[in-house]
Ligand binder design. Structure first.
Ligand SMILES: [Ca+2]
Length: 395
């Protein structure tokens, strides 16, 4: 492999399985000195896409056409799911509440929390570390019909689990567990949900026990594919199993491209974060391989970020042939051009600030909604945090 640019001499302190993966060393990021080091690390980051390596310090070629704060003062927000009317449901990790952010026209002022009503509280959530109420997802409906239910992933007393929650168009109703027994820990709980027609993808983490990722009987370190009752979906690669892919460390980003291919972001230790194209039954290497390797048993990532302080990617959205990756420690929104099964060089989207970024989704009108995550216990929240930001991005 050839390397363009210098290997970083001073990597930001590692987050390993003992200290948490979803990023960031809180006490250090509070100092100006460390902030400066973080910026330096980003400018030196090495990014691989395909067989090439290059520096990401170049001037971004991405243009933000419009940027607007939709709402502010959210508390530990995590998941986001749009309803057919263009409003969004937002989960709060530490309060277990779900709020509804109303749809609004461009140019109108930011929605205050008093106009973002709590539609219900998910039962059984035991927040702690990176755990709590995490991803939410809504099944597709026809036209303006409201969905009959939504899905939520949360950390409970003994496990991580996915529940189906009745939805009457205004409030949460009866809650039914559909997938239980996903190993939990303070770190590496995964948590993203994605609905694809009549199936539900569930991203989990290794719960701090890396070997579980290679054990297909464990729900840890996997991407699962189930029906809306939580049963293994028809056509899954391993008969009778919900496992779709395995060998993951901690996946928190899932998105489908225009051709229906499934892409996922994954936190590394300090070595390499990953963007993977998920193919049924494939083994993505953890903990034997992190980043790219030459062992043919494992599927290599399409993009890596090294060191992981450059990214620590959580949520992802795909729009207009690009993947948008919300980074926590990196405090950068990365845009990765996709071309079929290939991914190009990531470029930072110039959003004019450095913030921990948790989640990004495509709204029904095609714009991107980006969620900051400075109130998650590892950030340095400003008076308006956390915020939802609407973005329109040009080529
Ligand atoms: Ca991997």
């Amino acid at each position: 492999m050839s390397v363009v640019g210098d290997t970083p001499r001073r990597a930001v302190p590692t987050t390993d399985t003992a200290t948490g993966a979803d990023a960031g060393v809180r006490d250090l990021t509070h100092t100006g000195q460390m902030r400066k080091l973080l910026v330096t690390a980003v400018s030196l980051v090495l990014i691989t896409s395909g067989a090439t390596l290059s520096s990401a310090g170049a001037v971004p070629s991405v243009k933000v056409v419009s940027q607007q704060t939709i709402t502010q003062n959210l508390t530990s927000p995590w998941g986001m799911a749009f309803l057919p009317d263009g409003s969004a449901l937002i989960s709060e990790r530490d309060t277990a509440r779900i709020r509804r952010i109303p749809a609004r026209s461009p140019g109108s002022p930011a929605v205050s929390m008093s106009r973002a009503p709590v539609v219900g509280t998910v039962s059984g959530v035991v927040p702690g570390g990176e755990g709590g109420l995490l991803g939410i997802a809504v099944p597709p409906t026809t036209g303006s019909a409201q969905p009959a239910y939504l899905f939520a992933y949360f950390t409970g007393r003994n496990d991580n689990r996915v529940v189906r929650i009745a939805w009457d168009g205004r409030r949460l109703g009866k809650q039914t567990p559909i997938v239980t027994g996903i190993p939990k820990a303070s770190y590496h709980n995964g948590g993203r949900l994605l609905v694809d027609d009549d199936t539900l993808f569930i991203a989990t983490g290794d719960a701090g026990v890396p070997d579980l990722s290679q054990d297909r009987r464990s729900l840890a370190g996997k991407v699962l594919r189930v029906d809306f009752d939580g049963k293994p979906a028809a056509g899954n690669p391993f008969s009778g199993s919900p496992v779709f892919t395995f060998g993951h460390r901690n996946v928190q980003g899932l998105a489908l491209d225009d051709a229906g291919r499934l892409w996922a972001t994954e936190f590394g230790t300090s070595k390499a974060d990953e963007l993977n194209l998920l193919l049924p039954g494939r083994n993505y290497g953890w903990p034997i391989v992190e980043g790219r390797g030459s062992d043919r048993r494992f599927t290599n990532p399409k993009v890596t970020w090294s060191p992981t302080s450059a990214a620590s990617p959580s949520g992802m959205a795909i729009s207009g042939g690009n993947a948008y990756v919300a980074s926590l420690r990196g405090e950068v929104l990365w845009r990765v051009p996709l071309n079929g099964t290939r991914a190009g060089k990531p470029v930072a989207v110039p959003i004019g600030e450095r913030s921990r970024l948790r989640t990004i989704e495509v709204a029904p009108d095609g714009r991107l909604w980006l969620m900051t995550n400075n109130t998650d216990g590892r950030g340095d929240p400003g008076p308006r945090d956390d915020r939802l930001i609407r973005l329109s991005i040009g080529e």
